[in-house]
Structures are given as C-alpha cells and as structure tokens.
Ligand binder design. Structure first.
Ligand SMILES: C[S@@+](CC[C@H](N)C(=O)[O-])C[C@H]1O[C@@H](n2cnc3c(N)ncnc32)[C@H](O)[C@@H]1O
Length: 420
C-alpha cells in the first residue's frame, strides 16, 4: 500500500479521562472566543526576561529512551531581551488581558515570575485585575543548583495570585498537607479525652488545640515543593518545566470538578496534566511545536482536541492495514526522514544512529474526515516503554483510515492510503 500525506487542521484523541483543548499558536493570535468568561483558573508561566535560549532534549529511539544516550538538543523557545522591558511587558499585558477576559467571576489568576519582572508585573496586574483583587504574593522557595558568593543566592520564584472579582472560589481545605512531626515545640504535646494525639497552646486565656492527624494549610511561602531534580522521572526534556506538585496545589485550591483550567504559555503541559488529574477540563496554548508534542504525549489518555495545522514533512512512510473481526490491525513498517535531517542541529550526540522506526516518537491510528483526524489508538515512547509498539488496532468504522506520526523533530504528519 502506498501512503501519502494529507492536510489536517485538528486532531481529536479519544482518551478515557477528562480532557480539553490544546492550541498550537502564539497566544496573541489564538481564537479563544468560545472560552470567554468560562475559565475558572488561569496559570501563566511566561518567559522570565532572562535573555536565555531554551531547548528541548529529545531522546531518539529505543536506545535513547532506555539508556539516556542518543539525545538531540533542539531549540524550543527564546527568552530574548530584544525590544527591552517594554516589548516584554507588552506581551505580558496582552496575556493578562486575555486571561482576564477568559476568567469567570469566581475565577483565579496565578502569574509565575521571578525577581526580574515581578515588580513590573504586579503593577500590570493591578491595572488589569484591580488592586482590590490582589490576593497573595506566593513565594515558591526551592533548593537547586549552586550557591552565589557575590550576593545571596536567588532561590525563589514569585507567584502573584489575583481574583477576577470578589466572588472568587477558593477552598484551602483541598490543599492541606500532613503536619510535620518535627515542628517547634513551644506547644504542649498531649492527647485528648479519646486518646487522640494533639498539641495545645494557651493564648489570651484561651486554649488552642492542633491535632497531629489533621492537615495544615499552606501559607504564602511554599518551601515544601521541590524543584525538578536532574534525574526526576517527571522530566520531559523541556526546559523550565515546573513540578507537578506545584500545579496540583494551584489547580486544586481554586477549582471544582469539571471546571476549565487554562495556561496560555503551557510549555510541556504541566498545568494541563494537573487539570486532568483533578478532573478539570484544560485549555492550553503554546507557540512551540516541541511544547505541543510533549504535551500531546502527556495527555494521550485524555479526550484531547489539538488545534494545529500539519505541515508537509520530508519523509516516507510504509504501513500495512489488515482487516480483522471488528477492527483493523495497522502495522507501521517504515518512517524515514528525508536526507540529512539532523544537519542543522547544533548539539548532536556522538555517533547518532537513527535506524528503523527511531525517528518516530509517537504514532496514532484513526480516521481522517474533512481535515479532522480522530485518533482511536496511540503509542508513544517513554522511559518506562522505550520500545514503540509497531502494530495498533483501529475499530472498523466508516471513514478514511489514517496514521498520525509525531517525529523526533516535532513534525506532525497525517498519512492516508494513496487513491488508485
Ligand atoms: C516558562 S515556559 C512554560 C513552562 C511550563 N510551565 C511547563 O511546566 O513546562 C514558557 C512557554 O511560553 C511559550 N511562549 C512564549 N511566548 C509565547 C507566545 N507569545 N505565545 C504562546 N506561547 C509562548 C514558550 O514556547 C514556552 O513554552
């Protein structure tokens, strides 16, 4: 069977868990009208005005995933200071204005920055959200990297928390953490009349009792969420990825099941994963194709609608389709990129060897109708499953059988059998 590439502007993945929409676009050009006033939580983690270039480390093939060698370092996004603070603040202002429009009256905004632009951003937020809607300046304190000698080491980020209005929905009881045993002991350790361990303290003639088995609620300094370590299993290879625990706390404190959580700079998709884990729907936007591929992979088990146009890729694909009882069995035999595909990549591992289906990072089988690819079964390389299944089953339904490939360079292409 001969396969050819087809145009596709939208992909729908039939996952089992609550899902949402992922848009591959500059946030200033994304069509978000249908979500106006419907979003409960917006988390924004824009570039921090560092002047750095950020990359995505893509593992290649079974060997790359199993052994950690064969890793390509691909450009992901630029946090350039071209245009200075004014250009930076223009983007921030636009993102904040969009976030404000998207939020419902009970909604919450979390803007994640560091000390570089925090002061400026606070004033922008005051203008767009209103000073009275400022709720918290959260300090996320972490231990990572080296220690400075010329100044105090910078070991915290700032997360500005604003409400859309006074009707804010916020439930701190959803983010309680276990009480630590080693807390300072100016309190008296005792047990109550039922033998339940607690600590008590007398103040102003009143006795306050704190039970050991009751959670404590975080204050505005979060030192209990660690930065992603070098070998952290959560790591996707996408620079500046935030830890899941951080986003889980943010999503949980201000949403209920079924609410929409939005991230307009979604990167590797941490916020969207947190939304899905907490049975919320998600709305993610990012302009980087690697961000979209990584996020897609992390959300393959959700009902994901991915809005992005496929580009024509210089590649060849060969696959077999065998009709079975009630399903097709589709076997991917070949996916090979055109000549010298890695030529322009600056950082290449020594002896990079791309053979067989090594260039495939994810693939899905489904049907293509009017430019929409509906994926029924998908496979992706991961640390736990470095070997890619080469055969996938597809229910016998009406439509043009199609294959979607996401390759190691972040290309997404849809393939259909060539008409005779
Ligand atoms: C700090 S990273 C986000 C990391 C993310 N929180 C995570 O956990 O992976 C910032 C992201 O913003 C994206 N970005 C920058 N400017 C953008 C724009 N104008 N529109 C959409 N995305 C943008 C970059 O591609 C990058 O992925």
């Amino acid at each position: 069977m001969i396969w050819q590439q087809a145009e596709c502007y939208k992909e729908i993945i039939c996952g089992d868990r609550t899902g949402g929409v992922l848009i591959h676009s500059d946030l200033r050009r994304a069509d978000l009208d249908e979500f106006k006033g419907k979003v409960q939580c917006v988390y924004l983690d824009p570039p921090f005005f560092t002047g750095d270039e950020f990359t995505f480390r893509m593992r290649i093939g079974e060997k790359g995933w199993a052994e950690g060698n064969q890793v390509l370092e691909l450009p992901a996004y630029s946090d350039s200071r071209v245009g200075g603070k004014e250009a930076y603040l223009r983007l921030l202002r636009e993102a904040l204005a969009i976030a404000h429009e998207l939020l419902s009256e009970t909604g919450a905004l979390f803007l994640h920055l560091d000390s570089r632009m925090n002061a400026y951003a606070r004033l922008e937020c005051d203008k767009i959200f209103g000073e009275n809607n400022f709720i918290n300046e959260i300090i996320w304190a972490y231990q990572s990297g080296g220690r400075a000698k010329k100044h105090f080491s910078r070991k915290h980020d700032v997360i500005l928390f604003y409400a859309k209005s006074r009707a804010l929905y916020f439930d701190i009881t959803r983010v309680g953490v276990p009480r630590k045993d080693n807390r300072s002991n100016h309190m008296r350790r005792t047990v109550d009349e039922n033998g339940r361990p607690c600590r008590t303290i007398k103040a102003g003639g009143k006795v306050y009792t704190y039970y050991d088995d009751e959670p404590v609620f975080p204050d505005d300094v979060w030192a209990d969420v660690s930065h992603l370590q070098q070998k952290d299993p959560q790591r996707t290879g996408y620079d500046t990825q935030k830890p899941q625990a951080l986003l889980n706390r943010i999503v949980r404190c201000c949403t209920r099941r079924g609410d929409i959580v939005c991230d307009l700079f979604c990167g590797s998709g941490t916020t969207l994963v947190a939304a899905a884990e907490n049975e919320c729907r998600y709305l993610g936007v990012d302009q980087c194709s690697h961000a979209v591929s990584v996020t897609r992979k992390r959300l393959l088990d959700t009902e994901l609608e991915l809005r992005t146009k496929t580009e024509r890729v210089e590649a060849v694909l060969d696959a077999d389709v065998l009709p079975g009882i009630g399903y097709y069995e589709i076997t991917l035999n070949t996916y090979a990129l055109g000549s010298a595909p890695f030529e322009n990549i600056k950082t290449q591992p020594k002896g990079l060897h791309v053979v067989g289906l090594d260039a495939v990072d994810q693939w899905s089988v489904g049907f293509l109708r009017d430019g929409v690819f509906k994926a029924y079964t998908s496979a992706a390389r991961r640390k736990q499953t470095p070997k890619l299944p080469t055969t996938l089953e597809l229910p016998l339904l009406r439509g043009t059988v199609a294959i979607m490939v996401v390759d190691v360079l972040g290309n997404r292409s849809v393939w259909v059998p060539q008409q005779a």
